[in-house]
Design a protein around this ligand. Structure first.
Ligand code: SF4
Length: 321
């Protein structure tokens, strides 16, 4: 694997159509060492930390099978209207004080329009003013380009829209919108002047071919950040009884994403709790970014612990102000 890693460092890019089945069988230790080498050479030692706040909870019209917030699923998720600009600014200040690089409002729902869009624009404007050194990201579903431009104009620099899985497997996970809708959203956000955070969820019943295909799609879209979630089955969703992925399989998936997307931030989101130590091995197997603090509807890792772990592994992180 070292040879392949060195070729990638020299500029080779793995393509659709190549036989990439070796990702499933390669020695895990060698695979991870190669991924770590690619990360060190092409991304350096800077780790990127981000935190999110769920800005509007529940009642979503879409039927994503993994999601606690879908009205099609029967979960105990909290239902609430769009929070206020003051709430976001206060939370953003708190997160900034912990030395986090990025902050994003995430909303349940197919899109963001009307009164809620106005609150969002005002909130991002206020956060940008209050915490100018906080990088602002946004995640509001399938938005129109003109509305995305409004977010960009008030300081949002990155838009988050997951493709969730491979094109082949997507219809088995959601039927109220399509894989192509997601790709189009990525294109619109790019056209609106934002960089792209786009990944998905692993462990929903997809095959290894699906995983590799998903990684290739993200490489083809040249996304800057790839959030990887490892399904935490939520009771009351159609995936509530799915078996959890084993830590070794999660590690192999992370390494594979690094080989196929050598310069992107590979960002670990939900699922670090599957590792007793918060998934330290992932950050020497290709990952160089993580969500920190409380996740959307499942509990995440504590920021102070993450900072200590990343520093110990040799990463540079944003200083606490
Ligand atoms: S669109 Fe988003 S909030 Fe709605 S069900 Fe799908 S993942 Fe959940």
């Amino acid at each position: 694997m070292r040879e392949l890693a060195e070729e990638i460092i020299q500029g080779r890019r793995l393509q659709r159509g190549e036989d990439l089945s070796f990702f499933v069988t390669a020695d895990l230790k060698e695979l991870c060492e190669g991924a770590d080498l690619i990360r060190r050479e092409l991304c350096g030692n800077r780790a990127d930390l981000c935190s999110i706040i769920n800005g509007r909870g529940g009642r979503c019209s879409e039927n994503c099978k993994f999601c606690a917030q879908s009205a099609h699923n029967h979960t105990n998720c909290e239902v609430y209207d769009f929070l206020s600009a003051e709430t976001f600014v206060e939370d953003c200040r708190k997160i900034r004080a912990k030395g986090v690089d990025r902050y994003s409002i995430v909303t349940a729902g197919k899109t963001l329009v009307g009164k809620d869009l106005e609150i969002a624009v005002e909130s991002y404007r206020a956060m940008h003013e209050a915490c100018p050194d906080m990088i602002l990201c946004a995640s509001h579903g399938l938005m129109e380009e003109a509305d995305l431009k409004r977010l960009a104009d008030v300081g949002v620099t990155m838009y988050h829209a997951n493709i969730e899985t491979s094109e082949r497997f997507f219809p088995e996970i959601c039927t109220t919108h399509t894989f192509e809708d997601k790709i189009e959203e990525v294109r619109r956000a790019r056209a609106a002047g934002m960089t792209i955070c786009c990944g998905g969820i692993l462990g929903m019943g997809e095959t290894w071919e699906d995983r590799i295909s998903m990684a290739l799609t993200l490489a083809e879209l040249a996304v800057e950040s790839i959030p990887l979630n490892f399904l935490i089955p939520v009771k009351g969703t159609p995936l509530g009884n799915r078996e959890k992925l084993a830590p070794e399989e999660i590690t192999r998936i992370v390494a594979m994403f690094r080989y196929i997307n050598p310069t992107a931030d590979i960002r670990i989101a939900a699922g670090r709790s599957y590792f007793e130590d918060g998934g330290e091995v992932l950050f020497t197997s290709g990952a160089n970014a993580t969500l920190t603090g409380d996740m959307l509807t499942t509990v995440g890792n504590n920021t102070a612990q993450d900072r200590e772990m990343l520093t110990r592994l040799g990463y540079e992180i944003k200083p606490v102000p």
